[in-house]
Design a protein around this ligand. Sequence first.
Ligand code: OSB
Ligand code: MG
Length: 369
Amino acid sequence: MRIERIELRHIRMELVHPFTTSMGTEYDEEHIIVRIDGEGLTGWGESVAEGTPFYSYETVQTAWHILNDFLIPAVLGKNILHVQEALDSWSKVRGHMMAKAGIEAALWDLMAKSEQISLSKMLGGVREKIDVGVSIGIQDSVSTLLQTVENYLAEGYKRIKIKISPGNDLQFVEALRKVYPELMLQVDANSAYTLAHAGLFKEMDNYGLLLIEQPLGYDDIFDHSKLQRLLRTPVCLDESIHSLDDTRAAIELDSCRIINIKPGRVGGFTESKLIHDYCAEHGIPVWHGGMLESGIGRAGNVALASLPNFTLPGDISASKRYYKEDIVEPAFEVNSDGTMDVPAGHGIGVEVNAKALEKVTVKKIIHTS
Ligand code: OSB
Ligand code: MG
């Protein structure tokens, strides 16, 4: 496959509801859309670096720089037969996983389209539908949280995740448990706590949570092993896992018993698959995280989540939970049984709506060979 043209678009999409976490409140989401053309086919990917360096050190600006100045020059004009050749071509670039994952995703889509199979098939997916959940930001009060959860459950979501931060934690968990004793419920701290809060997490052990996501430092593996030892509830790592090596360390140290996989955080689908397979061999369930993607990134997430060891519902919600108008057609929907259909068409299996994409584009650059 000759890589003839690569286009980047910095996009900004307004969220239907502000999203509050321990890292702050987001009103809109900025990402980069990568389009690659070759031999009459078009591949799409999304880099999930955000406008701010709060979740990750990467931002739209750093990813823009790394893509334009290092990753694109390594593949433009080349004849690429396997995604691995592209990965090898930029292996000297350390870190910048989200920049890499955006272009890697577009290459996977292009390869699947040239093989005339779905991205799900190409990645080794085994499911036609995936179980999905919803990630709910920190609410102003217990009553607004209860109402929000009721609405999402009515739409079919199988599992609820709530964001927590010091002072916004136990009271929300307790209130939800009272009303929904059997609900699949989990919490995400985005690194807002330290080992000094171990007592609080021990109290959380009484509420039958599915997991506690990233309670401690954003790059920590060691302190999480100390916390996990004190708890019955599985700790799940998100921010701390950037590679298969991190996964191996976390599992050997018993720092977590569940892993959240986000292709953006680990450099793409290739590394995600390695992590998925390693976890399967070690009896560690994985689930698919989310970065408030547009339909382009979401399509890739859905395909990846169709692999066999994604046994817990993902943070993969309907397009309308995030954005009034998605940039793909059809938009992603949740079925009343809490599943989402895995697109069966070639590649990502959804069409990009050029007009909608144009509307959210802040800036664009085109590279041709
Ligand atoms: O920690 O999982 C997270 C969104 C942005 C950055 C980090 C996270 C999240 C979410 C949203 O929880 C998940 C989604 O896309 O629905
Ligand atoms: Mg998280």
